[in-house]
Design a protein around this ligand. Structure first.
Ligand SMILES: [Zn+2]
Length: 175
């Protein structure tokens, strides 16, 4: 029997969510969007993803209301992809996956996430141990860790060598 595209026998909200974000690359596109990547070329060079796959993932994420397509230039026409509230709501999922990956599969400290107001590293549930309460995504600053390649080839990775607030549009020179 061929492997189905959905989990028709599963009455489960995890299965329902995985029908949307469980395809290869999809959550990494959302991760990059949280980092502030908005432009097709920036996704392309940072992810090292085949063009057709990126186009398909962006189309699915837009159709599902996770990304919103916005025109930022008329001639030639150019669109950027911005996370909606539905997309931003995936932050705790990605954060938890990152912590799980670090604990079980890699020791490298690649990035850390801190509360912009006080500089304290977030707790496991996205809370600020100093201020209390969960920190909104837009108040999280991502810091490069010691395990990160200091001389990356692509312009997005180079921008991310400096501390960067999540969601703030990422500016590269490769426009
Ligand atoms: Zn704080």
């Amino acid at each position: 029997m061929a492997l189905g595209k959905d989990y028709a026998t599963q009455q489960c909200s995890i299965a329902r969510a995985l029908e949307i974000v469980g395809e290869r690359w999809t959550l990494l596109v959302v991760r990059d969007a949280l980092y502030g990547v908005r432009r097709y070329n920036d996704f392309l060079v940072h992810l090292g993803i085949p063009r057709a796959v990126l186009a398909a993932r962006l189309q699915t994420l837009t159709a599902e209301g996770i990304l919103e397509k916005r025109r930022y230039q008329q001639s030639p026409p150019r669109d950027e992809y911005v996370l909606t509230d539905r997309g931003i709501a995936l932050w705790p999922t990605l954060r938890a996956l990152g912590l799980w990956g670090r604990e079980h599969y890699t020791d490298a400290r690649l990035r850390s996430f801190r509360h912009a107001d006080c500089g304290t590293e977030l707790g496991a549930y996205g809370e600020c141990p100093a201020c209390g309460g969960v920190v909104p995504v837009g108040d999280v600053v991502m810091w490069p860790g010691p395990g990160l390649d200091r001389d990356p080839a692509d312009p997005v990775s180079r921008v991310l060598l400096k501390p960067k607030r999540l969601l703030e549009p990422l500016e590269t020179e490769s426009v």
